[in-house]
Ligand binder design. Structure first.
Ligand code: B16
Ligand code: MG
Length: 217
């Protein structure tokens, strides 16, 4: 089939947002300000350095470029410690079976994630073999909502963007998919992700034929 599904990682396949939150909160607390779960929503789908800038802005703090790089490295070290024990139990409900079902129907599968830790996480989850292509934060210069991550994924799959369907949990990611000329299924809250073509609460709430219908419309 000349169709492709492109999956975001954090918030679509695996619940790593809670670990990102703990690590960012520690950075904030060390700098003497609090960082709430509600504020953490602002960082979903956003690159590491951009996330740091949002965090520093919340704390009303300015840092030099070298200090920013140090803080981002520190956050990532904390995050890597937290996800050390990550395994298939951390997969979000229905994600693996949905991808397997899509593969069974000869749909090409790609990852389109902002995370620089994506390859490591896929390996830990034991699902790396399911992906025909992977574009992650180590391979793009422009963060979502720029379409680069999805445009590159479609190229690797050798597909026209109009034949690709993106699965995203962040508004920036949905905008990136739209900017790439792709249809998009939002994973999460309908009120927040209203620009998606369809919103479901998880990959356990949609079937492959239903997703293909969205691509046809
Ligand atoms: P890292 P996604 C994104 O992954 C996360 O949603 C976001 O919270 C994180 O800051 C970003 O990856 C960068 O992650 O620090 O591991 O490079 O949702 O695009 O799969
Ligand atoms: Mg995400």
């Amino acid at each position: 089939m000349n169709k492709g599904f492109i999956f975001d990682l954090d918030g679509v396949i695996v619940d790593t947002a809670k670990y990102h939150y703990v690590a960012w909160k520690k950075i904030a607390n060390d700098l003497d300000f609090d960082f709430t779960l509600a504020q953490n929503e602002l960082l979903k789908g956003v690159s590491r350095l951009k996330s740091l800038d949002i965090l520093l802005n919340i704390g009303g703090i300015t840092k030099s470029d070298s200090e920013r790089n140090m803080l981002a490295t520190q956050k990532n070290e904390l995050y890597l410690e937290l996800i050390e024990k990550l395994d298939f139990n951390d997969l979000l409900p229905g994600s693996k079976i949905f991808i397997e079902n899509a593969k069974d129907q000869a749909i090409k599968i790609a990852l389109g994630s902002a995370s620089k830790n994506a390859a490591y996480i896929l390996k830990k989850l034991g699902i790396a073999h399911l992906f025909d292509a992977r574009i992650d934060g180590t391979m793009v210069s422009n963060a979502k909502p720029d379409p680069e991550v999805f445009t590159k994924a479609a190229k690797l799959l050798d597909l026209n963007p109009t034949n690709c369907l993106v699965f995203e949990d962040a508004q920036a990611g949905i905008d990136a998919a739209k900017n790439a000329g792709m249809k998009c299924i939002g994973i999460g809250d309908k009120q927040v992700l209203h620009r998606a073509n369809l919103v479901v609460t998880g990959l356990d709430k949609i079937t492959v034929p239903q997703a293909l219908e969205i691509l046809k419309k």
